[in-house]
Design a binder for this molecule. Structure first.
Ligand code: DAH
Length: 340
């Protein structure tokens, strides 16, 4: 029996030395001291022995139990220390390590252009107006005097949601909403996204931006239109800029015009940007058609107005020398980051 006790102690020592986790050590504890452990069995069997034998073996067994318990305690605390040291190592923070560099974003050239134009119109007393990108066919076409046979209504140009709803093809739809919700004097600008069923190429995109303008008041004439837009052009492209109005047709204005600005690259001599003509077309405009004013219940004998629509991408491309509109929608930071 004494030999068996020695063997148990030796084995425990051996196994605890090899223990690499709390789990290993716990297994040894259960094997030796557990309910059915080796030592427990020996102590339980002592009832059959004579009193002397029992005393002698009892002492020896208790000593072994104490030794094993001590060994276990030491092993547990060593393993705990080891685990803690490993955790500290893993969670170590190097306070001298340089911080991570977070790249600061920058404004998109379209945002910059809209903000710049908005600032100019605000300085002239215009306030911001808004309308939804998903619009009614009525607000996008009918109310703007573009009757059922107008070519722009053809399904090839327009993303229709159903017979009555579409993705607006122009910010002119905001004119209708403003006329129906505000009373003259009206002086608003409305930047926003527009959509047309175009195949993308260097100058076309199915999604693009416009800034709409609308002024309605007593005694508004073509002279006001020219004054405002000429002033806008000079502030946007430089004080040397000259403007030219060419007759055009839009269903919602009468008379209608397109405005050209003298080329801000060459000053009008002719270059690559203006394709040799010295002029660049940047917007459509005109005196608001009485049929459009009537949509807002406005007295067309008393009030007149003018409106304009500027293509934002076109202005941004000309201003920054961007030669492909698609670059603006690729979300490539190397491109966008150039316009800080
Ligand atoms: N909506 C026109 C377009 O998309 C641009 C335009 C022309 C707007 C004349 C106007 C305007 O307000 O008066 O081509």
């Amino acid at each position: 029996m004494q030999d068996r006790l020695k063997q148990i102690l030796e084995e425990s020592k051996e196994q605890l030395k090899k223990a690499s986790s709390m789990q290993d050590a716990e297994e040894v504890r259960v094997k030796v001291l557990g309910k059915k452990g080796q030592l427990t069995e020996i102590l339980r069997g002592m009832g059959k022995l004579s009193p002397e034998e029992r005393k002698e073996l009892g002492q020896a067994a208790n000593q072994v139990r104490a030794d094993v318990e001590k060994l276990l305690e030491d092993t547990f605390s060593q393993l705990k220390e080891k685990a803690q040291a490993a955790r500290f190592q893993a969670e170590k923070i190097d306070v001298t390590e340089p911080g991570k560099l977070y790249e600061l974003g920058s404004k998109h050239p379209i945002t910059i252009t809209i903000e710049e134009m908005g600032k100019i119109f605000k300085s002239m007393g215009f306030t911001l107006a808004e309308g939804p990108e998903v619009e009614t066919v009525v607000n996008n076409f009918d109310a703007l005097n573009a009757g059922p046979n107008h070519p722009a209504r053809d399904w090839t140009d327009t993303f229709y949601i159903n017979d009555e709803v579409l993705l607006r093809t122009q910010t002119s739809s905001v004119q209708v909403r403003v006329l129906q919700s505000q009373k003259p004097p009206i002086r608003v600008f409305a930047p926003g996204r527009c959509f047309r069923c175009d195949t993308p190429d260097a100058t076309h995109s199915p999604m693009f931006h416009q800034i709409e303008g609308l002024v309605v008041d007593e005694g508004i004439t073509m002279a006001d239109l020219k004054g405002v837009l000429d002033s806008f052009a000079k502030q946007m492209f430089g004080s040397e800029t000259r403007t030219k109005f060419r007759p055009h047709h839009f269903p919602f204005t009468e008379p209608s015009a397109e405005m050209d600005v003298s080329c801000f690259k060459c000053g009008g001599k002719g270059c690559r940007v203006c394709k040799g003509s010295g002029w660049i077309e940047i917007l459509g405009c005109g005196m608001v058609h009485p049929n459009v004013l009537k949509v807002g219940g406005i007295d067309t004998e008393k009030y007149t107005g003018f409106a304009f629509g500027i293509g934002v991408e076109r202005v941004a491309m000309l201003k920054y020398g961007i030669d492909d509109i698609r670059l603006m929608y690729e979300n490539d930071m190397r491109f966008i980051g150039q316009f800080k």
